[in-house]
Write a protein that binds this ligand. Structure first.
Ligand SMILES: [Zn+2]
Ligand SMILES: [Zn+2]
Ligand SMILES: [Zn+2]
Ligand SMILES: [Zn+2]
Ligand SMILES: [Zn+2]
Ligand SMILES: [Zn+2]
Length: 242
């Protein structure tokens, strides 16, 4: 049968420990019967396989073994066979990866949900690594170059592979003041530090508008004028300028 959805069609494709008996195998999909039905001619099919035959025969269900036309009202769910099949012993679907689990078919799905030997894809985008479940956690949290880590300066979440470049250019990276005042200033605050508070910034005298060409360090600015104000010299000097 071509192009069938394996998830919704056919029987159980499990690794049975003992060879499947004929009576447990669907003649259509050749797998262990899933939701088996029994026909009036005494044959068994998976429910989904029967539905597929009906669909392909314009609504008519024909037995695949003897071609008899089947009456839907005379078909019943074979619960007894279903119970036997669900109790058959199977290996884990990932036994080729090393899993040694075996158990009844009915609990296989529970096991698969947590099987350490299942191959899973790392979910850190765009990582394409596939690993056994038991190794995935360590990969995703400690080894994957696409895992998210925090920038030590701005605390933003960034990809590990971009951490170095980000931190070198981070707005919050502390840099030595470009005026060499000895302070460490965040990159984004450097320009306001220079204009507003750096002790080494040289600014024009506040009396520039009346002609003073003096330029002094920001820090010394206040004390310079305080001391000048108090001196007689200051008054005389100002009068020379005006
Ligand atoms: Zn089938
Ligand atoms: Zn038949
Ligand atoms: Zn397993
Ligand atoms: Zn990864
Ligand atoms: Zn940062
Ligand atoms: Zn400074």
């Amino acid at each position: 049968m071509e192009s069938l959805d394996q998830e919704n069609f056919g029987g159980y494709d499990a690794y049975f420990i003992n060879e499947l008996l004929n009576e447990h195998e669907c003649p259509v999909c050749k797998m262990a019967l899933r939701e088996p039905i029994q026909t009036q001619c005494g044959h068994r099919l998976c429910l989904s396989c029967a539905n597929e035959i009906r669909k392909r025969n314009k609504g008519v269900l024909v037995c695949p073994l003897d071609n008899s036309i089947l009456n839907s009202s005379k078909i019943f769910a074979d619960v007894a066979i279903e119970r036997v099949i669900m109790q058959l012993k199977v290996k884990c679907s990932y036994f080729s990866n090393g899993c040694e689990w075996t158990g009844e078919l009915k609990i296989l799905n529970d096991h698969l949900g947590s099987c350490e030997y299942q191959t899973l894809k790392c979910s850190n985008i765009p990582c394409s690594t596939s690993l056994l479940r038991k190794k995935l956690k360590e990969h995703m949290e400690k080894l994957c170059i696409y895992r998210l880590v925090s920038c030590q300066y701005c605390k933003q979440k960034i990809m590990f592979s971009e951490k170095k470049i980000h931190e070198e250019n981070c707005e919050c990276l502390p840099l030595c003041c470009v005026n060499q005042c000895g302070m460490k200033i965040m990159r984004k605050e450097m320009s306001s530090h220079i204009t507003d508070s750096c002790a080494n910034t040289i600014i024009p005298c506040q009396y520039l508008n009346i002609g003073c060409k003096l330029k002094i360090y920001f820090e010394k600015h206040k004390t310079f004028w305080q001391s000048l104000n108090e001196s007689l010299f200051f008054t005389n000097w100002l009068s020379l300028l005006v």
